[in-house]
Write a protein that binds this ligand. Structure first.
Ligand SMILES: Nc1ncnc2c1ncn2[C@@H]1O[C@H](COP(=O)(O)OP(=O)(O)OP(=O)(O)O)[C@@H](O)[C@H]1O
Ligand SMILES: [Mg+2]
Length: 236
């Protein structure tokens, strides 16, 4: 009997520095594969590409780039991976992604003079995650973990502004996970959420990020400014 090929789920981890995203992503990929599923790890920025290497040099403070320009490079780095992401998802592989467009917006939006709506535009239409796991950790608990590195953005003041932006970007279907637990406890909680998402996403289409007005239920988006010739609000 022929079985219809089902797609993998797009799972995104977001949260401030050192909350345990990479640790949890890797454990999750291993666990899903052990359980007989197909899962792959991805991270953004993906530093291996030409664009990624430019970003990496900037983060390592080896080069300077204009803030708008680097924002667009971070977005381009996600877009250049989209064909691979769609190919894997459509072939049944679940993608566990360490940071995505929300980080892109939260970080640039933490710089002076940047508007979150402007920051979101380049990422409009990216594959929309089936589940965002937002890991939260108090600054006190974060400071007990490994120290900040030396890369750009790795300081408390900037990270606090990033955290505020995540609160604004947060959507009703995000899972907010208190990351102040042991690695194993956190893994158990995350695995149970993701197992359900993998199951429920199988027959659903892959949606586009920030492309549907119903995704802006918190009225932070000035929909009334977008009108057609009759002066009616229109979805964009
Ligand atoms: N639940 C946990 N409890 C205690 N320490 C942890 C926990 N999870 C991860 N760590 C440790 O905290 C540090 C940061 O973890 P990790 O690199 O996974 O965070 P991250 O969110 O990926 O950080 P970044 O945003 O900087 O990439 C590591 O030294 C890791 O071993
Ligand atoms: Mg990490």
């Amino acid at each position: 009997m022929l079985h219809k090929m089902t797609r993998g789920a797009l799972i995104v981890f977001e949260g401030c520095d050192r909350c345990g995203k990479t640790t949890q992503c890797k454990k999750l990929v291993d666990a899903l594969n052990r359980d007989g599923g197909k899962a792959e790890f991805m991270r953004f920025p993906e530093r291996s590409t030409a664009i990624g290497q430019t970003i990496s040099g900037y983060l390592e403070k080896k080069s300077e780039l204009e803030d708008h320009a680097v924002h667009l490079l971070f977005s381009a780095n996600r877009w250049e991976l989209v064909p691979k992401m769609l190919r894997l998802l459509n072939s049944g592989t679940t993608l566990i992604v360490d940071r995505y467009a929300y980080s892109g917006v939260a970080f640039t939006g933490a710089k002076p003079g940047f508007d979150l709506q402007w920051c979101k535009q380049p990422d409009v239409g990216l594959p929309k995650p089936d589940q965002v796991l937002y890991l939260t950790l108090s600054p006190e608990e974060a400071s007990k973990r490994a120290a900040f590195g030396t890369e750009r953005y790795e300081n408390t003041e900037f990270q606090e502004r990033v955290a505020k932006n995540f609160e604004i970007l947060k959507e009703h279907d995000w899972k907010i996970v208190n990351a102040g637990k042991s690695i194993e406890d956190l893994h158990g909680e995350i695995k149970s959420i993701v197992t359900q998402t993998v199951e429920s996403s199988k027959d659903k289409p892959i949606l586009k990020l920030w492309s549907n007005p119903s995704e802006y239920p918190n009225k932070k988006r000035p929909l009334e400014e977008v009108t057609n010739e009759e002066g009616e609000n229109v979805p964009v």
